[in-house]
Design a protein around this ligand. Structure first.
Ligand code: PHE
Length: 332
C-alpha cells in the first residue's frame, strides 16, 4: 500500500481514494447497515483497526518522502553561508543629543580644550559653595534641585567641573577644559525638562580677558552654524563670574530678508536663541579653589546642548528629544 506513490502529491491522492469522503473505506462503512446488528460491533472494530493501519502506513510513507526530498534539496543547493543576511527594518543610530554633543566637544578640542568627564551626583560644596553661591541663593532651595541627601545633590549645572578641575591636587596652569553631560533641575514644563544637557568650557591663564572669551565663542558659532552665524552678548548675572553675560545665536530658521522673524516657533519670534551663560571667573572662585586669583584670570561658559540642537534642526519643543518616539528620532 502506498509504496508506489513516488511523491507526496500522488501519495495524498491515494490516501483520499481510500480514506476520503467518497473513498473505499467510506463505502465499506455504508455497507455496515447490512451487517446484522449482533455482528456490527465486531465488524466496526475491524474496520477501525484497518483505518488505523492505513493511516499509520500513510504517515510513515509521507515522512519518508519528506525526508528524501529534504536530503535531495540539501544535495542540490548546499546552504550558502556567505549570503548576506536580511535587514530587519533599518539600523539604529546615535541620539541627536549625542550627535550634537560629540560635534561640540570636537569643535572645542580643535580650539585646544581638553575634554574631561564630570559627575552627575555632586557635593553641594562643588555645585554651589565653591562657585560663590551665597547661602540663601534661590537655586540652593529644595524647590530647584534634586537632593540625594543633605549636602549631596544631582548637579544643577556642569560648572561643578570647574571646581573639580581647579581643586585637583595635581592641577597645572594654564588650563583649558571642556566637559559635557547631564544636569538636573526641578522645573518641569513644556519649555523645560527636569534633565537636560550642558557643555562647560573654561580657560585659565595669566592675563585672560573677555576678548578671548568672545573670540572663542565667535569661532565656535561660526564652526557650528557656518560663517554667517551671528552671536550677541548681553550682560547677565551668575554668582561665579564677574562680569557675567549671556550669549544668543541668531535664529537661522526664521530670518526674512527684512530682518524680521515672524512665524518662527523655534526662536519664539525674537530672532535670537539664548544658548549659554558665560563670564570671567570670579576671584572668589579662585580663592575657594585655592588658586592665585591675582596672578591668574580665566573665562568660563556653560551652554545648553538641547538649545543648540533645537537651533540646529529646527525642533520647537525640547520634550520631543526625550520621548524617544522612533518617528522623531528617525529624522536625524
Ligand atoms: N552654570 C551656568 C548655568 O547654568 C552657566 C554658566 C557657566 C555661566 C559658566 C557662566 C559661566 O546656567
Amino acid at each position: 500500500m502506498f509504496a508506489a506513490s513516488e511523491n507526496d502529491v500522488v501519495l495524498r491522492e491515494e490516501h483520499a481514494k481510500i480514506l476520503g469522503k467518497k473513498g473505499e473505506l467510506a463505502s465499506i462503512m455504508a455497507m455496515m447497515r447490512q451487517v446484522p446488528p449482533k455482528e456490527r460491533a465486531a465488524v466496526g472494530a475491524q474496520v477501525n483497526l484497518l483505518r488505523e493501519e492505513i493511516e499509520a502506513t500513510f504517515s510513515e510513507r509521507l515522512t519518508r518522502l519528506a525526508r528524501a526530498r529534504r536530503e535531495e534539496e540539501l544535495r542540490q543547493r548546499p546552504f550558502d553561508l556567505t549570503l548576506p543576511g536580511r535587514l530587519s527594518g533599518g539600523r539604529g543610530h546615535l541620539h541627536p543629543i549625542t550627535q550634537v554633543t560629540d560635534e561640540l566637544i570636537g569643535i572645542f578640542r580643535d580650539l585646544g580644550f581638553a575634554a574631561v568627564d564630570g559627575r552627575d551626583i555632586e557635593l553641594e560644596e562643588n555645585n554651589f559653595t565653591k562657585l560663590a553661591f551665597p547661602p540663601d541663593h534661590p537655586a540652593t532651595d529644595m524647590q530647584d534641585s534634586f537632593w540625594v541627601r543633605a549636602g549631596t545633590l544631582l548637579r544643577t549645572h556642569t560648572s561643578n567641573v570647574q571646581v573639580r578641575e581647579m581643586t585637583r591636587p595635581d592641577v597645572k596652569l594654564p588650563l583649558a577644559v571642556v566637559s559635557a553631560g547631564r544636569v538636573y533641575r526641578r522645573d518641569d514644563d513644556i519649555t523645560h525638562s527636569p534633565m537636560f544637557h550642558q557643555i562647560e568650557g573654561f580657560l585659565i591663564d595669566e592675563r585672560v580677558s573677555m576678548a578671548e572669551l568672545k573670540g572663542v565663542l565667535t569661532a565656535f558659532a561660526e564652526r557650528l552654524y557656518g560663517p554667517k552665524a551671528r552671536i550677541r552678548f548681553r550682560p547677565s548675572y551668575f554668582p561665579f563670574v564677574e562680569p557675567g553675560a549671556e550669549a544668543d545665536v541668531g535664529c537661522v530658521f526664521c530670518l526674512k530678508s527684512d530682518g524680521t522673524s515672524a512665524g518662527c516657533r523655534v526662536c519664539k519670534y525674537t530672532g535670537w536663541i539664548e544658548i549659554l551663560g558665560c563670564g570671567m571667573i570670579h576671584p572668589e572662585v579662585f580663592r575657594q579653589c585655592g588658586l592665585d586669583g591675582e596672578k591668574y584670570s580665566g573665562f568660563a561658559f556653560g551652554m545648553g546642548i538641547e538649545r543648540v540642537a533645537m537651533l540646529r534642526y529646527g525642533i520647537p519643543n525640547i520634550r520631543t528629544m526625550f520621548e524617544n518616539d522612533p518617528r522623531f528620532l528617525a529624522d536625524f
